[in-house]
Design a protein around this ligand. Sequence first.
Ligand SMILES: *Cc1c(COP(=O)(O)O)cnc(C)c1O
Ligand SMILES: [Zn+2]
Length: 469
Amino acid sequence: MASLRTEVSFQRCISPRCGATFDVCEVHTACPHCGGLLDVDYDWDRAAVPGSLREFEQRWADRRDPLNFSGVWRFRELLPFAPPQSVVTIGEGQTILQPNEAVGRYVGTRRLYLQYEGLNPSGSFKDNGMTAASTHARMIGARLAACASTGNTSASLAIFASTTRLFRVVVFVGSGRIAFGKLSQALDYGALTLQIEGDFDDALARVREVCRRERIYLCNSVNPFRLEGQKATVYRILEGLNWQPPDWIVVPGGNLGNSSAFGKALIELKRLQLIDRLPRLAVINAAGAATLFDLYETHGVRWNGGNCDQHRIAAYFEEMDRQGRRARTLASAIEINRPVNLLKCLRALEACDGVVRTVTDEEILDAKACVGAGGFGCEPASAAAVAGARRLRSEGVIAAEDSVVCVLTGHQLKDPQATVAYHSSAPDAIDPALAGRGIRRVGHPNRPVTVPNDLEAILAALTRFAPDA
Ligand SMILES: *Cc1c(COP(=O)(O)O)cnc(C)c1O
Ligand SMILES: [Zn+2]
């Protein structure tokens, strides 16, 4: 395969009415003409794309080359915006697709696969994106990078900065709304950590302001280069299935960067005739943070070839502000009011015949316990995908014989508090704000057993646990 060619890539406004284009070395997080989202786009006729996805498998044989080791850059011909010497990689994307019978029984399908993105270096899928954003930051010579975060974006950006020492990092987090595993990472990796009074949306608005004023490189998912890296999860899923698209890909939806990137990856692969059909896409919101669900399923807002009903969307947010409604869910990674990639996600849903569902916090915690009992485990937001697949199966939208991939976006140890609270005590111990909201476990918590420091008592407890032992 030929090497990367930067001249085939450019940035393009996603609005078909605007469609303005920009050089890849310009830094924008919105279209300077119309304020819309930007894509990284390619002149595919001039790009050196392999004739078959199978060709990428040859890279497994030479994994001493960091570009081949990376689960993102070994697909570099599918995101050809960077010269190889600019690539910033820390070994991200060593993630696997696993069939899981126990979770399959829970969901109600025999062909259930889990894509464990929690196995990334910082413990979440965000590393797929951050390797690409860091690469672009290096291409333009940025010295300082920033993000707002519910936790995982900051952990990811901070690990890239601490490992490579190419730039310094400032992270903005909402006060009190960040899981401790994630906060501890940002602190350990040495990021300047600013806790802003307010939630994620407040922190994002501020970091955008500060980055504009101080010319700091912004690494949230409004950064189109970051989303290029996140396409790689799709490539690895396809590889895990011997390059056959599954019937469904199910992913939690927060700021909707991942679902947007998946859609873009799939649209491009189809266009390049590297796959012959698209899987269906299911995006799962938490019931307490259901903007996408409300707009797509309740109000019927569609991408509509780029002419979506902006007035409907604006009216929805006005009403949200008027009522003072704020997102609230245990799944802190998807606790988002105004998903910045809404339009890109609508585009992905249109291409992939998508559906959107909500799941309650109880369903999320139960699904999480099921994943933990049957595999590597995940954090609450990730379990929304499994709970959502279960719901779609019970509705008959997903058929019993369908192959289903649930993307587990973050590692189990990100939010141990939620896990321990689920298994040991009342859920309002997880989040006092949930007290009185009727949160109820429907699964099987695995309570820790308290025993006296006494051999007979310990043996008796053991007998109760495993009578045949
Ligand atoms: C960021 C994140 C999400 C949400 O992804 P979006 O791309 O913002 O929709 C879901 N789960 C985890 C664990 C995350 O870190
Ligand atoms: Zn534009």
